[in-house]
Design a binder for this molecule. Sequence first.
Ligand code: GSH
Length: 184
Amino acid sequence: MLKLYGGVRSRASIVQWYLEELGIAYEFVKLDMQAGEHRQPEYLIINPIGKVPAIVDGDFQLWESGAILLYLAEKYGKTTSLEEKAILAQWVLFANATLSPGIFAQASRERELPLLMTALNEIFGRQSFLLGNEFTVADVAVGSVLSYIPIMLKLDLSPYPAVLNYIKQVSERPAFQKTIGARS
Ligand SMILES: N[C@@H](CCC(=O)N[C@@H](CS)C(=O)NCC(=O)O)C(=O)O
């Protein structure tokens, strides 16, 4: 069975959300990060960087949440074209490399937040999900970052009603409720 390594309230919840969306059987290996279990040799064999999440799927080991999401989408998601895979990668990388630092790094938030939210608000004003009408792994990556805003930062997103509506829609999904939603 696929093993997901994470800690309480860690980015492993993002991967867990997607595993629940896909309906894949998995074991959640909860590391005691306060006690430094993610720095112990047993775990460093799986992720030498000592961060969570990581997965072990048979003989295969992988870390970095974005890489794990894309692997799971490729292996267990719907078959898509090269172009659609590239678009999924675009959004997953955007979530982790642009959106997340733009929102959570205080130094850049003032400048980045309006730019990012205005663009996303425009997109969600005309479609339900990032790729159109269908929920995909892109929504797990971007939706998880956006859903952490009310949970962790309590920023005022009222100027971006379509973003607020999107956060509400993804947060109501049963798989979200079982995972990220269970922490708030
Ligand atoms: N870009 C990485 C970030 C991983 C990361 O920073 N994980 C945190 C938990 S959310 C961690 O393992 N922190 C432990 C530490 O830095 O000692 C990903 O998305 O997987």
